[in-house]
Write a protein that binds this ligand. Structure first.
Ligand SMILES: C=CC1=C(C)c2cc3[nH]c(cc4nc(cc5[nH]c(cc1n2)c(C)c5CCC(=O)O)C(CCC(=O)O)=C4C)c(C)c3C=C
Ligand SMILES: [Fe+2]
Length: 425
């Protein structure tokens, strides 16, 4: 992250607080009217909003994302409830799409209202929407996954006794060069959609409706490339990434927090989220040989196959290669998941995105991975894997600079429900 970009963000956040007195949380609700399908909509474009778990965890990864951390500027429990109610209302509406300036006609179906409808935008008021997506707001498989950090459970809102028992502040690991401006936060929003403008629109809508109560802390946009030429998408080191991941069938054992795990009742249906902002030292990576790169990862760069196999989907067989003749003992995939009975409960659900943030002050590329994973227990899963990676040769080519530990809230189960209702009631 360049110094100028960070300064720009600081200026923007300062502006948001300044505007708080004017807008107030939520301001006027900006209703989207439901609408018939618009160009670009296709079957499967809607990621269902209501359910026992939030969308955006098991949802097949959309192509674009933003990870945005916030601090809560609201000071009372009542104001905190308003924050979550506003977040729920905006997310529910944005995820189901609609038309700005439309209202039900006599038959109850959606219609386009005249653009200059005075009821929608009274003289002297700003328009109800940024307009970034035009009048038709597509669903675009938008998901907004809301997570809370350990700092939300400090003395401000009287929530200390309700903290998820395994939620802590992310520590600094051996290879980290953490930048405080890019770490932690009371709240993390993971916004994902098939198109980048949908992600931008949703983030802008949410910040507008929570201005003064949520203080933006940092944000980073991410993307997933199309298959090149097939199979899993590639990260910015050129390797297929996200090949080996638990499936939805594993989620009960590995991802969702259920009853009987010693967690507070309100937390049932949630999951722990780890976000790590990891810069890639691409200038160094691009200077080593292909076989060195492949030995570091443990897979072929072109096909994604493990070094003991031929296809991306082949499962590495470490028992048949105890000395690491084919897949080195310190290959990234072997350290991360040794595939033993003992290591099975340590598996994590990865849902990462590439990021490209321009240039660093020294002229090097600022690009890398927004590593994000979900799990039942950070210590048993992410931290165990991370500690196994302590001497990973890949560490010479990456530098984690930010992120945090969060708890993704249980899902919103009905139109009357809202994020964190069980926590705050
Ligand atoms: C602590 C967890 C992990 C971090 C941090 C991490 C960073 C990281 N990984 C890559 C590239 C690849 N990782 C791959 C597999 C893989 N990585 C982790 C964990 C962390 N990675 C796991 C658990 C696995 C799966 C291992 C397995 O089950 O076999 C791969 C191979 C393709 C794949 O299976 O996804 C690549 C490539 C980078 C570049 C990186 C930091 C920038
Ligand atoms: Fe990895």
């Amino acid at each position: 992250m360049s110094v100028s970009r960070r300064d720009a963000i600081k200026r923007l956040t300062a502006g948001a607080v300044g505007a708080a007195a004017v807008a107030g949380i939520g301001g006027e609700p900006r209703h989207l009217a439901p609408r018939a399908a618009v160009a670009g909509d296709a079957a499967g474009d809607v990621a269902p909003f209501h359910g026992p778990h939030q969308a955006g965890v098991l949802t097949p990864a959309q192509r674009n994302a933003a990870f945005a951390a916030f601090d809560v500027a609201a000071t009372s429990p009542g104001a905190l409830r308003d924050v979550f109610r506003a977040l729920t209302a905006r997310t529910r509406e944005l995820a189901s799409g609609g038309q700005y300036g439309a209202g039900p006609d006599q038959s109850g179906s959606a219609r386009l209202a005249p653009r200059d409808d005075p009821d929608q935008s009274p003289a002297g008021s700003p328009p109800p929407d940024s307009g970034v997506l035009g009048p038709d707001v597509p669903t675009d498989r938008l998901t907004v996954t809301v997570s809370v950090g350990a700092s939300l459970f400090d003395e401000r809102f009287g929530l200390a006794a309700r903290k998820p028992v395994r939620l802590a502040t992310m520590p600094t690991f051996a290879n980290d060069a953490l930048e405080p401006d890019w770490c932690h936060g009371d709240l993390m929003l993971q916004l994902c959609a098939d198109n980048a403008d949908t992600v931008h629109h949703a983030l802008r809508d949410i910040t507008r409706h929570t201005r003064g109560a949520l203080q933006p802390r940092y944000r980073l946009a991410g993307f997933i490339s199309p298959p090149r030429p097939s199979g899993a998408a590639r990260n910015l080191m050129g390797f297929k990434d996200g090949i080996a991941n638990p499936t939805a069938a594993d989620a009960t054992d590995l991802v969702w927090v259920g009853a009987g795990r010693g967690e507070p009742d309100w937390a049932t249906g949630g999951t722990y989220q780890v976000v790590r902002l990891i810069r890639m030292l691409t200038e160094f990576w691009d200077r080593i040989t292909l076989s060195e790169q492949e030995a570091i990862i443990g897979r072929r760069r072109d096909s994604g196959a493990p070094l003991d196999g031929t296809a991306e989907t082949d499962v590495p067989d470490y028992e048949r290669d105890p000395a690491g003749a084919l897949i080195p003992l310190d290959a990234h995939i072997r350290l991360a998941n040794p595939r033993t009975t003992a290591s099975a409960p340590n598996r994590i659900l990865r849902r990462g995105y590439n990021y490209d943030g321009g240039l660093l002050a020294n002229g090097n590329l600022d690009a890398g991975l927004i590593f994000c994973c979900y799990q039942q227990d950070i210590r048993r899963q992410f931290e165990t894997v991370q500690n196994r990676l302590a001497d990973d040769p890949l560490n010479d080519y990456i530098r984690p600079f930010g992120g945090g530990y969060f708890y993704a809230l249980p899902g919103v189960v009905s139109p009357q429900d809202w994020y964190a209702r069980a926590l705050l009631s």
